[in-house]
Design a protein around this ligand. Structure first.
Ligand code: PGA
Length: 247
């Protein structure tokens, strides 16, 4: 199964549902529809209405983050996995570099993953090196640490997907070369197999994916799908990414 996940970040108001209606109607008729899943992560404000709207439809709604405490607590503006699950959302991103930069540590991320899984949300766990780490050739050691500090064998790997998003690639138009990326995704799967002692969870790529470069990514067999930021705010671009992937 392949994944096309659209991460809206701080974008979207109720009428933005028009974008998703178009993606949904394309994907419901697409001859390749059984080969992939479409997940969109709008901001918290839209989780409930979008989840209701797309219940039993092609588009699956997910959250962009969740808080590291469960149920209800006295943390202003925090939203727990329990609250997310009750909106009808099925997935949550955890560990996006935006949130790591704002203070999410490995310990916090570990709590978030645990609570999300306990609340029956599927987790898309994001990892990635920054520009300096890449320059210093620390990519593999950074990724290994990010995975090993948070994921462990006792977690249900069937509800975990890993998204590799090099920070230097997010929103910059820069993408890794095919050879490097292929090696990196292979390495991530190797570490994951080691952690879970069996088959690796799916590994996605994210960072400046668009309707043109998706053909290059397709050549890399290890990649199980994409986490798409900028291009997911346009129904045309998002649909073209899927179309071009299967062309
Ligand atoms: P981008 O964002 O596609 O705009 O680079 C990806 C992400 O941050 O998930």
């Amino acid at each position: 199964m392949k994944y096309f996940i659209g991460n809206w970040k701080m974008f979207g108001i109720p009428k933005s549902i028009n974008i998703l209606n178009k993606i949904n109607s394309f994907s419901s008729r697409d001859k390749n529809r059984n080969r992939y899943r479409v997940i969109i992560t709008p901001p918290y404000t839209l989780l409930e209405s979008f989840s209701k709207n797309f219940k039993n439809k092609r588009i699956i709604i997910g959250s962009q983050n969740c808080y590291q405490k469960d149920k209800f607590s006295s943390n202003t503006a925090a939203i727990s996995s329990y609250m997310i699950k009750k909106t009808g959302a099925k997935y949550t991103l955890i560990g996006h570099s935006d949130n790591r930069l704002e203070g999410d540590t490995d310990t916090i991320l570990k709590d978030k993953v645990k609570l999300a899984l306990e609340n029956n949300l599927k987790v898309v766990f994001c990892i990635g090196e920054n520009k300096l780490q890449k320059k210093k050739k620390q990519t593999f050691s950074v990724l290994k640490k990010q995975l090993k500090k948070v994921l462990e064998k006792k977690l249900n790997k069937n509800n975990i997907i890993v998204a590799y998003e090099p920070i230097w690639s997010i929103g910059t138009g820069k993408i890794p070369n095919q050879k490097d990326l292929s090696k990196t995704v292979y390495f991530i799967k190797h570490i994951l197999k080691n952690i879970f002692k069996k088959k690796s969870p799916e590994v996605l790529y994210g960072g400046s994916v668009d309707e043109n470069n998706v053909k290059m990514f397709k050549q890399i067999k290890e990649i199980d799908g994409f986490l798409i930021g900028g291009a997911s705010k346009s129904s045309k671009k998002f649909i073209d990414i899927i179309k071009n992937y299967y062309r």
